[in-house]
Design a protein around this ligand. Structure first.
Ligand code: F6R
Length: 589
């Protein structure tokens, strides 16, 4: 939640404009409001610009200067107002602070500072940080004041502080992502790499308990508890600037959906040593327990079917519901945590709880340098590249194909899994084309004014339906609800009336006939049946033909949902890249 950006020694001397460019890349992390603080040339007082709403095509009128910080907000404490937007200042306007996280003890800090005469201008928890640093810096140097302040905050937080007196940017991390970019004599901070990828791919992902100080001379790394300087070993990422650009597409969401024809087969090339290590444990009797949230949770549900069909037992939990079951994890558990960001609070809590029980933690993760990756014993990095759209698509399919491969490694048939994933990539390459887009656009046009859609699927097509429905909800705000086909007669069927759109997801498999019987039952109640399937059937009023790939039909069936959500969103005037109320990484419980 919230996007953070900073630049020091900006080459163009237009640090505010550079910050705006960075913030536009981070808008997917929060888009209630945005703000920039800058030290203008030859002046000591910080200049601030703040606005509510999306950053979109915004421009900044801030003057020249080579040092600035900026923030896109996803509100937690305090409504969406200019005043509550970050950055927040101290009383003397010499310190500006931006923040990602929640300061759980902010009320106590605020009341102590108020008693000392500090005046607060916002309702946020963040503003107390600026004033506490101001108070502490009366007695100690700014670096110590910042570290001491940060160490006294309760909660998962990342802060970035702009200090006019030393002309430095100081940043601290505990539980919220922060990455430093080391460019050619100009230095950056971001919540995520795409923010500054245009300028550098040389990075250091801050660990919890680390801080950096950016000055004209460079970036210094510190341990927050001791205050001692540490060795900074920057790494070069293989990400390119184009990865964070729309590349001719109108939206990142569409670009990322199309990219799946490359990102899925890429998973068959990577992670081989880790897949071997983890699969050996599974063969040696370790029990698989998976955990994740949202789309990533549906990925684990689908993986459970993939494991089962190869004779491997597994369990999965929404991470937010895992704690009552933690006690069953032990030294013979492989605990697979799936996450695009690797920063989802509930996912991390579940993984830490399983780790405490002695479980072997596997992170199936897309973003780089994440908290999840650091706490895991082994990482399957799914390599889908930066996923900018808030709605997860390519990360989901890359995670699932990685788990599909793991299942094949576990039964000692890696080559079979690899060749099936390559084949899937080739089939998607041909199938994802203008003809498919036209068909789905036509379908979207018939559904645009519906407020309720229902979906059914059986076996693998059940998690496919859940994920399909989530894509529609997120991208178009249409209420869409998925059920296991077998659940239909146990209550759900009351919802069906004349003309109710009912999606029936099926594959050419053992469950097909049963699902089609359910489709017939829906049709008999007036339902308008939309078949998503490789095979046409008499029950369908509308049919999107997918690919006949056995168990891997799951993938094209879900991709139809991703595309349909996208086109419905466009038709209904939503912003498919940034759905309302959502943030790309949910770093609070
Ligand atoms: C759906 C979506 C969310 C995330 C969920 C978990 O499109 O993006 O449901 O899947 O918030 O996020 P990660 O994968 O980062 O743990």
């Amino acid at each position: 939640m919230c996007g953070i950006f900073a630049v020091v020694n900006d080459k163009s001397n237009q640090a505010a404009q550079t910050t705006l460019i960075g913030l536009k890349k981070l808008e997917y992390r929060g888009y209630d409001s945005w703000g920039i603080a800058l030290i203008p040339e030859k002046r000591k007082k910080i200049k601030v610009e703040k606005h509510i709403g999306k950053i979109g095509q915004a421009e900044t009128k801030l003057p020249n200067g080579n040092i600035a910080i900026g923030h896109t907000r996803w509100a937690t404490h305090g409504g969406v107002t200019d005043r509550n937007a970050h950055p927040h200042l101290d009383c003397k306007k010499e310190i500006a602070v931006i923040h990602n996280g929640i300061v759980e003890n902010y009320k106590v800090i605020k009341s102590n500072l108020s008693n000392k005469g500090h005046v607060f201008k916002s309702e946020t928890d963040t503003e107390v940080i600026a004033h506490l640093i101001e108070e502490k810096s009366k007695k100690v140097p700014i670096i110590k004041a910042v570290f001491d302040t940060f160490n006294s905050l309760v909660g998962s937080n990342a802060i970035v502080v702009l200090d006019t007196n030393t002309e430095t940017v100081l940043a601290c991390r505990n539980g919220s992502p922060l990455v430093a970019g080391i460019g050619n004599n100009q230095f950056f901070l971001g919540s995520d790499v795409p923010a500054f990828l245009k300028f550098t791919n040389r990075v250091h992902f801050l660990h919890d308990g680390e801080a950096v100080v950016l000055s004209k001379k460079g970036v210094k790394l510190y341990d927050l508890k001791s205050g001692n300087e540490k060795m900074l070993n920057a790494q070069i990422l293989d990400w390119k600037m184009e990865d964070a650009e729309k590349g001719g597409y109108q939206h990142f969401l569409l670009k990322e959906i199309v990219e799946q024809k490359n990102t899925i087969p890429k998973t068959a090339k990577i992670n081989k040593p880790a897949l071997k290590t983890i699969s050996e444990k599974i063969r040696n009797g370790y029990k698989i327990v998976m955990s994740a949230c949202g789309t990533a949770y549906y990925c684990t549900l689908a993986a459970k079917y993939f494991f089962a069909q190869l004779g491997i037992e597994s369990e999965t939990y929404g991470s937010y519901e895992y704690l009552p079951f933690t006690k069953f994890a032990n030294k013979k558990t492989v605990f697979i945590s799936v996450s695009q960001s690797g920063e989802t609070a509930d996912t991390l809590i579940a993984a830490r709880a399983a780790k405490k029980q002695g479980a072997y933690i596997v992170a199936v993760v897309n973003a780089r340098g994440s908290t999840l990756e650091r706490l895991a014993d082994s990482t399957l990095s799914v390599g889908a590249g930066p996923e900018i759209a808030v709605v997860s698509t390519k990360a989901f399919t890359a995670q699932l194909s990685t788990l599909y491969l793991l299942a094949h490694y576990a039964i000692n048939k890696p080559e079979k899994g690899i060749s099936k994933i390559y084949q899937l990539g080739k089939s998607l390459e041909k199938w994802i084309n203008t003809k498919l887009f036209t068909q789905i656009t036509k379908l979207a046009a018939t559904l645009i004014n519906n407020e309720d859609l229902y979906l059914i699927g059986k076996h693998l097509n059940y998690p496919a339906s859940l994920e399909f429905a989530l894509k529609i909800k997120e991208s178009s705000y249409i209420h869409s609800e998925a059920f296991a086909a077998g659940e239909l007669k146990h209550g759900v069927i009351t919802l069906i009336q004349k003309g109710t759109p009912c999606f029936v997801l099926s594959s050419n498999d053992e469950a097909k006939d049963e699902v089609l019987s359910s489709a017939a039952e829906l049709k008999a109640r007036g339902g308008k049946i939309i078949g998503i399937s490789p095979v046409k059937s008499a029950e369908f009023d509308f049919h999107i033909k997918t690919l006949d790939l056995g168990d891997l039909t799951f993938f094209p069936n879900v991709i139809v949902g991703q595309l349909l959500g996208y086109y419905l969103g466009i038709g209904r005037g939503t912003d498919p890249d940034k759905p309302r109320n959502l943030a790309k990484s949910v770093t609070v419980k």
